[in-house]
Design a protein around this ligand. Sequence first.
Ligand SMILES: *Cc1c(COP(=O)(O)O)cnc(C)c1O
Length: 436
Amino acid sequence: MKFISTRGDAPATTLSGTIAAGLAPDGGLYVPAEIPRFGVDAFAHCRTLPQTAARLLAPFFADDPLAPELETICREAFAFDAPLRALATPRDFVLDLFHGPTAAFKDFGARFLAACMRRLPRDSDKALTILVATSGDTGAAVGAAFAGIAGFRVVILYPDGRVSPRQAHQLGCFGGNVSALRVAGSFDDCQQLVKQAFADAELRERVPLSSANSISLGRLLPQMAYYAQAALAHWRGTQQPLHFVVPTGNLGNGFACVLTRACGLPIGQIALATNANQTLHEFFAGAAYTPRASIATLANAMDVGAPSNFERLRWLYPDAAELRREFRVAAIDDAAIAQTIGSRFRSHGEISCPHTVTAIRLLETLRGEGADGDWAAVATAHPAKFDRIIEPLIDTKVPVPAALADLLARPGAALPLASDYPALRDFLESGAPGTV
Ligand SMILES: *Cc1c(COP(=O)(O)O)cnc(C)c1O
């Protein structure tokens, strides 16, 4: 399959080409030139997540040098499950995406991207530096996915003091070829520093750079697999489509759900829950699309004021009126997040992370309006990553899953970095670990 730019002004390329390039040369995002269509029968022999993933992604990999490796890549990336679990309220489910090594759904995309990138041919014998700005979970997932892989170095920038203490610990604990820099600034400052590095042609001569951000199709496409797997299992049991509510920041996970439905999988309605960052909510309420700086909320991994994958949604739904009719979008503020964490625990004994409860809250609203059928809220992170927020609200300890406990048991050390480009450039040039 060929991939084209949302802006229509870049040559079509292969999947490997898009993974190596990140952004298309015209500044747009890569999208598939055509959308494959599947019936449920196409998955008759697929039972496990890696099998479903390999079947679903085969058309996207067709003609690519990575195609012969797709099954191996899927087994390597999808080494843990994404179970659909019933909630206490009838016909409500959660899709648990936090069973990976860093306890957030970002593990699926990061591990798939790493599995692809380590198999791509390289034109330099220098280590490739994956430079990533993170508002919380991406950096840890990318660090975990590339840790110890020869030929790669990971440099993570995060806003000091604006990620949860456990997220910060995780980011600093990999060591070896992974460095975490805590930046005196906001997430937007971190992104700005990363952009400056990518724009620095002289630096890139000496230090080959690559990104792993959520616009990469190497992260986006694998996120379709768990929607397909959950919807197919539900269809086999009930002959009914499954509806989803997706906690949304940059819209990568939400767009993956939309694309899976476009491929013909039995997914019904899709609703998007954001935190108090209003950009999407205002657009869907009829206002012009107005990206802006993000504000800090309890659901920090969704603190996004300019959702990068919105451009892909517009490509799929060029008619704004149709787009607005198609998706229900709600902005859930911190008061509602805190209230929902408390009330779900008191009424049902359920504990969810602040991101996941934005979706559960929207699902409660939809049910209140009479929505029927089976709905799944997407659980994007394990609540134990956000113990400092959750425990005071429920007055109970959140149990820590084994994979997260392993990471937290290691010493964590992030280096301080001024929010200042020369400081980052010097660090990148300072022969840090990972040179091959
Ligand atoms: C990244 C993240 C989100 C938002 O996902 P997007 O793909 O950016 O919309 C939601 N919840 C958690 C826990 C995350 O880490």
